[in-house]
Design a protein around this ligand. Structure first.
Ligand code: BJW
Length: 272
């Protein structure tokens, strides 16, 4: 065993090595090592507002300028950050496992920039707007300018419809197409050998909608469950394995071991 790898990490490597269907559910902690603030930890406030106070349809109706300032500041913040090793390993995992799905609650674009494609952005995207009048979704490549917001001018579509960030706010429903894709991916495990399915919950507090029940579903399907988070969460007591480490640091260390272990197994199978 590699002396830099402890026994819990080795358990993770073994689970990742034997998994054939991998479902990753992640949250703000994955982008923390890139310098993107999380929602509920230290510094998880925005100008004294709780996220619950600015990320609602009611807040947007009441005070769209304040809500847009919150999002425009985060859009601007994205311009100065880069994907970290956690995003990079998740993109590498997608190339390694034929059955892989990354479900991220993060609205930043760091997964895409790291090369992830089999990606469901459950809570939408910071770099998209949606017209409140026509429903049109548009990708933007620059932040909404703060000075125009400070003058009280809101972003509008060419026909004058008010634009909103294309994200899922509290009290709103998730995209049914996203839920269908997730369900289809997980239900396929029923036709596969028991224990092929692995769920990795990475960098989420699990406080929003109880993690949407994905962990319970994977357990019911006979899959293994692992959490990666420096802090305990409601998931910690129910997962098979909980690793208390920053995601980038841990994944960067264990992923090469998974690949190596897999390679050794293939070579051993080929030897006469
Ligand atoms: C590290 C780390 C490192 C640090 N490495 N880790 C059913 C049950 C219960 C409640 C509800 C329910 N149905 C509806 C509700 C109400 C509501 C809700 O959950 N409220 C509670 C919070 C009170 N939910 C909703 O309204 C949702 N809608 C819904 O559920 O519809 C019904 C439905 C159910 C099932 C299927 C379909 C529909 C919508 C919620 C939308 C949330 N939106 C936000 C804002 C998005 C836009 C934006 O970004 O501004 O999404 S809120 C915010 O929280 C954001 C995040 O994506 C989300 C999750 O937070 P996350 O990612 O877990 O971040 P943190 O900060 O909480 O945690 C970070 C973690 O990282 C910590 O644990 C750290 O320790 C860790 N960490 N450094 C690894 N280096």
């Amino acid at each position: 065993m590699n002396p830099q790898i402890n026994s819990e990490e080795q358990q993770l490597i073994d689970l990742m090595d034997s998994a054939r269907r991998v479902f990753v559910f992640c949250g703000a902690g994955v982008s923390a090592e890139s310098g993107v603030p999380t929602f509920r930890g230290m510094g998880g406030l925005w100008e004294g507002h709780r996220v619950e106070d600015v990320a609602t349809p009611e807040a947007f109706q009441r005070d769209p300028v304040t809500v847009w300032r919150f999002y425009a500041a985060r859009q601007a913040g994205l311009m100065g950050v880069l994907p970290n090793p956690a995003h990079q390993v998740l993109a590498a995992m997608e190339r390694h496992y034929p059955a892989f799905l990354l479900v991220s609650q993060n609205v930043d674009n760091l997964h895409e920039r790291a090369g992830s494609h089999r990606l469901v952005k459950l809570h939408g995207s910071l770099m998209e707007t949606r017209c409140t009048a026509h429903g049109t979704v548009t990708t933007i490549d620059a932040p909404v300018p703060l000075p125009t917001l400070e003058r009280g001018e809101l972003p509008r579509c060419p026909e004058g419809g008010l634009l909103r960030p294309n994200v899922v706010w509290f009290g709103e429903w998730l995209d049914p197409d996203h839920l269908a894709r997730i369900e289809q991916f997980l239900q396929a495990a029923e036709r596969e050998p028991p224990g092929s399915l692995l769920l990795l919950s990475i960098g989420t507090s699990g406080q929003v909608s109880g993690g949407y029940g994905f962990l319970e579903l994977v357990t019911a399907l006979g899959g293994h469950t692992v959490e990666v988070n420096p802090e305990p969460t409601p998931f910690s007591k129910v997962v098979d394995l909980a690793l208390r480490s920053p995601a980038g640091e841990l994944l960067e260390r264990v992923w090469p071991q998974v690949v190596q272990q897999r390679l050794q197994c293939v070579v051993a199978q080929k030897e006469p």
